[in-house]
Design a protein around this ligand. Sequence first.
Ligand SMILES: [Zn+2]
Ligand SMILES: [Zn+2]
Length: 356
Amino acid sequence: MSEVTAISKFACPACGAEAVWTPSKKALVCPYCGTVSPAELKSDGTLVEENDLVAMLRAIPDDQRGWAAVRKTVKCQSCQAISVFDEKRVAQNCDFCGSPAIIAVDDVGTPIRPGSQLPFKISQSQVREDIRRWYASHFWAPNALGQKAMTDTLHGMYLPYWTFDAHAECPWEAEAGYYYYTTDDKGNRTQHTRWEYASGHVSRDFDDVLVPASKGVHPALLEKLQPFPTTTDLLPYDPGYLSGWVVEQYQIDLVQAAQNSRDRMDNMLRSHCSGEIPGDTSRNLKIAPDYSALTFKHVLLPVWVLTYTYGSKNYQVTVNGATGKIGGEYPLSWVKITIAIVIALIILGIFFASQN
Ligand SMILES: [Zn+2]
Ligand SMILES: [Zn+2]
């Protein structure tokens, strides 16, 4: 269960910077790394942390923090993403949303060092070609937009993820159904099901259940980029790999991350147990997993990000830097929000077509 620790100062468990107690969220919110950690403020002014992940983050020692290289850090005032890059690089715009409102942040907090990373395998030229084809395959994305996107800046980024490992002991019970058949005097065969109580037990180790900790890339796109070959291709962290690339520093909603990983493990256990039920069919499966040896690691995964604005809205096209899988947004896919925009764009499309 949750380890409960009383602390005297409001420090962020993820980076150690001074976090701000935010009563409305019942959480410590770190202004530096954005981590939201649940806590309860007692009447005597002490703060009680309510999440086992908080305790685990806090337990990570100093020698496992920092980038192990000199890096510059900026935070975007618009999308809140924190970008980390080579010291000599001068950034003018946010690499995630294009906003010029970026401010340098002093290294007041020391982020947890990534344990490992996936190297980039897909080159910039290949990514451009893939995105061009992706646009072409989407009828509603205007050609002009595709061309604009082709010349827009494409950034290779290492995005922050947490991977969760755990061991689960999971008893289950269900009703197992066995088919049997009857034949009436006219020779019609009918299928019936005989239900019997069944139970069993599954033990399972989970390895690398991924939870994203990015603010810069839209969450729906991150889903589309899955899977990453983390079980086969991860390399130990080496700052040399980051040279020349932008790294996004993690921002975590701890409640969400813990819940997210637990939900995924529950789902995997459910389908595992479902496969153990004897008979021809089943119903009313109930599982009661007990998790132990929960650990997590910080990993960096390679993603190409292309950002553009269309109208007043910000769109991203992202490509999995290890597999080439694309997840992208384009203006007309949002057309359902308002039919008026569709009509306007069709009229515009006809207008531009008539100019050629
Ligand atoms: Zn922090
Ligand atoms: Zn931004």
